[in-house]
Design a protein around this ligand. Structure first.
Ligand code: ADP
Length: 586
């Protein structure tokens, strides 16, 4: 693959791993967060129930108070007619005392028009006494149903509170007025605020918060108000001059009907909250608990775990695919290598065949040249001599003619020797005889054949022959080798005054060693390596063909042996080694 492509691939893989890591980490984190939030939501919901019970108990404690006071004969009597100042003072004192004992916020007595004829807060400049509350819903409820309740900001005092009222009636059940107790919740809000980061809210049926344990959350619209709602609020003056501000919130996730995750634009800015709601059925209110979700250690650990799982998976996949790729590459390169080797072998074989062919041609050329030279010269001489012979016979000079025949005969003998060599060469085909023979016997035979020449040239022959020396081979051909060696030795010693030939047969390591040593002065160092080459000769033209040693070398090798040459002081030594054969069992 070209390297830009590979780089691109690598880049893509890394990108994929990174994206995968981010995705799996965030998925694991979200999952863990949601789990944690759900658990949190359950806890919050339980706490909310406790808060609701507390609020309920508080209200219930005071709900009976106006009902009991409405039975007070003094109060009933007072409402039967107009209340004069002395009576009003009596009533004010009475309500003040009861209010102190009951620990409520305010007690007031309204006549049948809703006019406050007496109140526990008569001493304050913001006292209710003298104000008419006929427009307040709780008064209307009381007149109709006998009792009423209403949360409102005090029109006179400006202090918000929960008004609980009971009808005051005469013996005939006629409506005379209403006994009202007002509860204020700063105490409760303070209590809810303590050691608590949660936001606790109470909203009315319209979704307007009126109790809050933290600043800035009171008088907020949780739901959009209709025009009717607004008109009614204006009429009842429920929240009087308090401005109502919408609280913006957006649903992010819902765990169940009353449990959600919301993004809320609170007084301190936007934040996510777990939002639990619980309806307070008796009052028609709803209690809310808002809690900031904690990014727990667990979520972080889950993200890490998610990333780790993804990374291990990704690396496992990469590892396996890499292994497969390497295996594929190996297989491919093995095949490539095999193909290359085969191709190279074929090329080599062709080249070798070509070389062999040209070597053969070269040898043929050399041999033809040598043969032509060897044969042409004697032929020319012979023709001339035949001419001479004819002339001599024409003149009847028989005796001279006979003498002239001699060189002719000599030349023919030489040519016969030449063809003899060639015949040997032709016979040098692989697979000679492999008979058991005694090397010493071969030496005897060769010496016998060379006897005439040895005598005429007065050569001293020294023999050290171990016998029998059993080897395997072709006796005739080995004899030829030996004759060759002897002839070369005699040729080398031809012009030497002292001629000595030494032939040895010695036992070697599992072989027989036959050496022929002469006193012919040895072979020039530069020629030592060439003497076995075909057509190498130092003899004058017409005397040597340079084939003797080449043929001998071939014969010895064929018999499984070796032919070597070295120089000793005084002459050359040819050594022939052949594997030792077993003694014949006679
Ligand atoms: P040829 O005898 O026709 O030259 P050979 O192959 O028998 O061919 O010998 C090759 C050459 O090796 C000879 O020409 C000679 O120079 C050298 N040679 C062989 N034997 C001896 C020897 N015993 N002493 C010195 N030179 C030798």
């Amino acid at each position: 693959m070209p390297s830009p492509l590979r780089a691109l691939r690598l880049g893509l893989i890394i990108l994929l791993i990174l994206i995968g890591t981010a995705l799996s980490a965030s998925w694991a984190m979200q999952h863990a967060k949601r789990q944690a939030m759900q658990a949190d939501a359950r806890r919050a919901s339980e706490q909310l129930t406790l808060y609701a019970n507390g609020l309920h108990t508080l209200i219930e404690r005071y709900r009976a108070l106006p009902a009991v006071l409405a039975l007070d004969p003094q109060l009933i009597d007072a409402l039967r007619g107009p209340v004069g100042e002395p009576l009003q003072r009596v009533l004010n004192h009475k309500l003040e005392r009861i209010n102190g004992a009951a620990n409520s916020s305010t007690l007031e007595l309204l006549d049948h028009t809703g006019l406050a004829v007496a109140a526990s807060n008569w001493r304050l400049p913001t006292t209710y006494v003298g104000s008419n509350y006929g427009f307040r819903p709780y008064f209307k409820q009381t007149r109709v149903k006998g009792r009423g309740s209403f949360y409102a900001v005090g029109v006179t005092s400006g202090v918000p509170g929960y008004f609980l009222s009971s009808a005051v009636t005469d013996e005939q059940g006629r409506f005379l007025g209403a006994m009202v107790v007002k509860l204020e919740f700063p105490e409760l809000e303070r209590e809810w605020r303590q050691g608590n980061d949660d936001v606790l809210l109470v909203s009315d049926a319209r979704g307007i918060t009126f109790i809050a344990n933290q600043n800035g959350w009171r008088y907020r619209e949780l739901l959009p108000l209709s025009d009717d709602d607004r008109a009614e609020l204006a009429q009842t003056r429920q929240y009087d001059k308090q401005p109502l501000i919408p609280l913006q919130h957006q649903l992010l996730s819902r765990f169940d009907e009353r449990s959600t995750l919301r993004r809320v634009k609170g007084p301190e800015g936007s934040a996510d909250y777990l939002w639990e709601s619980l309806p307070l059925t008796t009052e028609g209110w709803t209690l809310h608990l808002l809690r900031k979700p904690q990014v727990s250690e667990d979520a972080r650990n889950a993200a890490l775990l998610g990333a780790a799982v993804w990374l291990s998976l990704a690396f496992a996949v990469l590892f396996v695919s890499q292994r497969l790729r390497i295996a594929r590459l190996r297989q491919r390169s093995r095949e490539e290598l095999t193909r290359l080797v085969e191709a190279r072998t074929r090329e080599l074989r062709t080249a070798q065949e070509g070389l062999v062919q040209s070597a053969k041609l070269a040898a043929l050329g050399q041999m033809s040249a040598a043969l032509a030279h060897e044969i042409n010269q004697p032929l020319t001489t012979q023709r001339m001599q035949l001419e001479t012979l004819r002339l001599l016979l024409d003149h009847g000079r028989i005796e001279q003619a006979r003498q002239a025949l001699e060189p002719l005969e000599h030349m023919l003998t030489r040519m016969a020797a030449l063809t003899g060599h060639l015949k040997t060469f032709a016979r040098n085909s692989p697979g000679g005889l492999r008979e058991r023979l005694d090397l010493a016997g071969v030496v005897d035979q060769a010496l016998e054949l060379m006897d005439t020449r040895l005598r005429s040239e007065q050569v001293e022959v020294a023999l050290y022959l171990a016998r029998p020396a059993w080897v395997r081979g072709d006796a005739i051909r080995l004899e030829q080798v030996l004759i060759n060696l002897l002839r070369n030795a005699l040729d080398a010693m031809l012009d030497k005054p002292y001629k000595r030939l030494e032939i040895r047969i010695e036992a070697g390591d599992g072989q027989w060693r036959l050496s022929v040593l002469d006193s012919g002065g040895g072979i020039a160092q530069a020629d030592l390596a060439k003497v076995f080459d075909p057509f190498f000769t130092t003899k004058p033209v017409g005397e040597g063909l340079g084939l003797g040693l080449a043929i001998s070398y071939g014969i010895v090798h064929e018999a499984g042996g070796q032919l070597q040459v070295d120089n000793l002081p005084g002459g050359a030594r040819f050594t022939l080694t052949l594997p030792r054969d077993l003694e014949p069992a006679c």
